[in-house]
Write a protein that binds this ligand. Structure first.
Ligand code: BGC
Length: 389
C-alpha cells in the first residue's frame, strides 16, 4: 500500500515537472516568435574597384513588407509592399547588382549629403570665409558633389526589438571632404516596423561650423510595374507655397503661392494631370522638380504628403520634421538605364519626395538655416508608411 502511494506521489511530481517544462517551452516559443516578427539578415552584395566590401541588409516584417539596403551609399535597393490583393511587389527603382550602381545611377534610393539639392555655382560663405564645392550640375553643385554620401561605404550595425528591426549606418566625412568644412560624424538609422513604415533618422555632429542637409533619394512607382509611368498616381502635398526656380533650378528667392498654379497639390491630384501645362516653372523643371514649402513647420514629425496608386491600391504616406520637400517627377529618366524587371527606366517612371531644407539655403539668408555648429546636433526624421485602400 505504502509502495503504491509513493508510486502515485512520484508520478504526479513527474507530471507536474513535465507540464511546467512544456509551458516554459511554449512561452519561450512565443517570445522568439515575437522577436522574429521583424527580422534583419545580412548578405554580401559586392566589392568596389578599390576593394571595399559592400553588404546588403534585408529587413522583413510579418505584414508583407521587405526592405533591402546596401552599405554603399546607404542605398535602398528594394521595397516590397502588398497591393490591395495582398501581393507584395517592389515599388522603388534601382538595380540588382553593385556594378550598375557604380556605373551610373541618378541617386536611386541613396542617402544624399552633405547637402541634398543645389548650391548656386558651388559657392557659399560662413563667417566671411568662402568655400568652393564641386560644380557637378551645369553651373551648380548638386547632392554633395563628385563623391557624396551616395557613393561612400557606410559602417553598419543591426538592432532588433519585438516589433522593429533597425539598420544603423555611420560615416565620418573628413574636414574639407568635397570642399565642406568640418569633420562631420553622420548616422542614418533605417527602422522597419510591423505597421509597414520605414523610419529614416538622421543625426550629425561637426567639429567646425559647417552646413548640412541630408535626405533620401528613393524613386517610387507604387504600381510595382516599372514599365509604367507614375503620371496617374495621385499626389497630395500639405503645402501652400513652393519655391520658383531660375533656368538652372536654383530658387529665385520668391516664396510663391500654389493657389491657381499646377503646383497646388493640396487636394489629391494625379501627378500627370497638369504636368504638360503651359507654365513657365514646369518648363524650367522639365516637369516637377521643385521644393515645396511645407505647412506645419513648427509641428515636428507630421504627415506632409500622400501618394495613391488607383491600380494597385497602394498608398504611401510621408512624414517628416523637415521644412521642405523636393518633388521630382523623374523628368531626366530617359530610357537608357536598365530596369530591375527588364526593359529600361523611361521618363517619369518614378517620383521622388526628398524631404529637406530649401535648395541653395546657404546663399539665401531668408530661408531656414542649414548651419551646424560644433556642440550642436543635426537631427532629422522622415517616415515612408505604406498601406492600401
Ligand atoms: C533633382 C533633379 C536631379 C535629380 C538627380 C533631384 O533631386 O531635383 O533635378 O536631376 O535629383 O537624379
Amino acid at each position: 500500500m505504502k509502495f503504491i502511494k509513493q508510486f502515485f506521489y512520484g508520478l504526479s511530481l513527474l507530471v507536474i515537472v513535465i507540464f511546467s517544462v512544456m509551458c516554459k517551452d511554449e512561452k519561450k516559443k512565443e517570445v522568439t516568435q515575437k522577436i522574429e516578427k521583424v527580422s534583419i539578415e545580412k548578405n554580401e552584395f559586392g566589392t568596389t574597384p578599390d576593394g571595399g566590401k559592400v553588404d546588403r541588409y534585408t529587413l522583413k516584417n510579418s505584414s508583407g513588407m521587405t526592405v533591402d539596403i546596401i552599405t554603399y551609399g546607404g542605398i535602398i535597393t528594394s521595397i516590397k509592399v502588398p497591393n490591395k490583393e495582398g501581393v507584395s511587389e517592389d515599388v522603388v527603382l534601382g538595380y540588382d547588382n553593385l556594378g550598375q550602381y557604380l556605373e551610373s545611377s541618378p541617386y536611386f534610393g541613396a542617402i544624399i549629403g552633405r547637402y541634398g539639392n543645389r548650391i548656386a555655382k558651388g559657392k557659399f560663405s560662413l563667417d566671411g570665409m568662402e568655400y568652393s564645392l564641386a560644380v557637378n550640375n551645369g553651373e551648380n553643385h548638386l547632392h554633395g558633389g563628385i563623391k557624396g554620401f551616395d557613393k561612400v561605404i557606410w559602417e553598419a550595425s543591426e538592432e532588433t526589438g519585438e516589433n522593429y528591426a533597425a539598420l544603423k549606418l555611420v560615416y565620418l566625412s573628413k574636414d574639407m571632404e568635397e570642399g565642406y568644412p568640418g569633420s562631420l560624424n553622420t548616422t542614418v538609422t533605417y527602422t522597419l516596423k510591423e505597421d509597414n513604415s520605414l523610419d529614416m533618422a538622421y543625426e550629425a555632429t561637426t567639429d567646425k561650423k559647417t552646413i548640412v542637409n541630408l535626405t533620401n533619394h528613393s524613386y517610387f512607382n507604387l504600381s510595382g510595374d516599372f514599365s509604367k509611368t507614375v503620371l496617374d498616381q495621385v499626389l497630395s502635398l500639405n503645402a501652400d507655397k513652393y519655391l520658383p526656380v531660375d533656368n538652372t533650378l536654383i530658387p529665385t528667392g520668391e516664396i510663391a503661392d500654389v493657389e491657381n498654379t499646377p503646383f497646388n497639390f493640396r487636394e489629391p491630384t494625379p501627378i500627370g494631370s497638369r504636368i504638360e501645362a503651359d507654365d513657365d516653372q514646369l518648363k524650367k523643371g522639365g516637369g516637377y522638380d521643385h521644393c515645396w514649402v511645407l505647412n506645419g513647420q513648427d509641428k515636428g514629425h507630421r504627415l506632409i504628403g500622400t501618394v495613391y496608386d488607383p491600380g494597385s491600391g497602394r498608398v504611401l504616406e510621408v512624414f517628416t520634421t523637415e521644412p521642405g520637400v523636393q518633388f521630382y517627377s523623374g523628368n531626366f529618366l530617359d530610357g537608357t538605364l536598365p530596369a530591375k524587371q527588364g526593359g529600361t527606366y523611361k521618363k517619369r517612371s518614378g517620383f521622388c519626395l526628398e524631404t529637406q531644407h530649401y535648395p541653395d539655403s546657404p546663399n539665401q539668408l531668408d530661408f531656414p538655416s542649414v548651419v551646424l555648429n560644433p556642440g550642436e546636433k543635426y537631427s532629422s526624421k522622415t517616415t515612408f508608411k505604406f498601406s492600401t485602400k
